[in-house]
Write a protein that binds this ligand. Structure first.
Ligand SMILES: Nc1ncnc2c1ncn2[C@@H]1O[C@H](COP(=O)(O)OP(=O)(O)OC[C@H]2O[C@@H]([n+]3cccc(C(=O)O)c3)[C@H](O)[C@@H]2O)[C@@H](O)[C@H]1O
Ligand SMILES: Nc1ncnc2c1ncn2[C@@H]1O[C@H](COP(=O)(O)OP(=O)(O)OP(=O)(O)O)[C@@H](O)[C@H]1O
Ligand SMILES: [Mg+2]
Length: 246
């Protein structure tokens, strides 16, 4: 695992240098995936790495956890609170939909949640332009395979260093890197609504997804869920569909 960490740090450094950029930045949520990426980019660019904490109607515990990550990685950090921006933009959009009598409650909840992820993406790219950094994503192999990310939100990034790592491997890496234990053991959550956890929403567990990705036998019910999620999210792992030249 130490070799893997060194390899990823070197790979990030090469990608940034080949792009002619100066460093790297990541959104720090207080979860384990962004904690690991924060540690990796700090190792790759000790003086040119940035962690960005972006509360958006979030639980204050998340920002406290994010600060724990910042201290453990000793990474430069800033906070950009997106709560009021999100509220304003969402109310403008929903006002237009409601005026037409076309408001859909369940679609709106998803729209609200995904807008948070897309505002974070826009914030990171604005900072990337300013500092000449690349935006580093946090998707791991399980999230990538199941499409458990917002298209052009947390999925809208320049580099995805953890994309071949199972959640279990991310945990192992976190321990070696010195990520604080409470961050490693808490339930993974997108934090997009109160009480959301990844495993509840997906209907299966990271342990099952990791086992599936290693080619091990898992219960039929879990296999079906994972295959359904994978198929449904095919479009997220590709460039936008283009027509043939007519
Ligand atoms: N076949 C197709 N071909 C081309 N495009 C297609 C498509 N089907 C849908 N689309 C497009 O994709 C959109 C749906 O995708 P998207 O907007 O991503 O939305 P969707 O996949 O429905 O929702 C995102 C999921 O990711 C989870 N998430 C988000 C962010 C962070 C985390 C986390 O772990 O922290 C998890 C979130 O809780 C939710 O379950 C549709 O509105 C449509 O525009
Ligand atoms: N409040 C936030 N501030 C900054 N970045 C955020 C915030 N919430 C989400 N993000 C970004 O979106 C990414 C996707 O979230 P995700 O929940 O998959 O990862 P995580 O929180 O790092 O780990 P876990 O999956 O264990 O919760 C985060 O890794 C982070 O880069
Ligand atoms: Mg999270």
């Amino acid at each position: 695992m130490k070799r893997k960490i060194d390899g990823l740090v070197e790979w990030i450094r090469e990608q940034v240098n080949n792009a002619g950029a100066k460093g790297a930045l990541v959104g720090i949520s207080g979860g384990i995936d962004s904690a690991v990426v924060a540690h990796l980019i700090k190792r790759a660019f000790p003086d040119d790495s940035l962690g960005v904490i972006m509360p958006c109607k979030s639980n204050s515990k998340d920002a406290e956890d994010a600060m724990l990550v910042v201290s453990s990685a000793r990474i430069k950090a800033m906070t950009v609170d997106l709560t009021d921006v999100h509220e304003l933009l969402l109310s403008k959009i929903n006002h237009e939909i409601k005026q037409r009598g076309e408001f859909d409650e369940s679609g709106a909840q998803l729209g609200d949640a995904n807008l948070r992820a897309r505002l974070r993406m826009s914030t990171l790219y604005t900072l990337a332009n300013n500092y000449r950094y690349l935006v580093v994503g946090t998707d791991n192999a399980a999230e990538w395979y199941t499409g458990y990310f917002t298209k052009y939100g947390d999925g809208g990034v320049d580099l995805v260093p953890l994309v071949h790592c199972t959640k279990g491997e991310v945990r192992e890496m976190a321990r070696i890197l010195g990520v604080p234990e409470p961050i490693i053991t808490k339930a993974p959550s997108a934090g997009l609504w109160e009480g959301q956890t990844d495993e509840n929403e997906m209907g299966t567990t990271y342990e099952m997804i990791d086992r599936f990705l290693r080619g091990e036998e898992i219960p039929e019910k879990d296999r079906e869920i994972i295959e359904r999620l994978h198929k449904r999210s095919e479009h997220k792992r590709k460039l936008a569909a283009a027509p043939p030249k007519f």
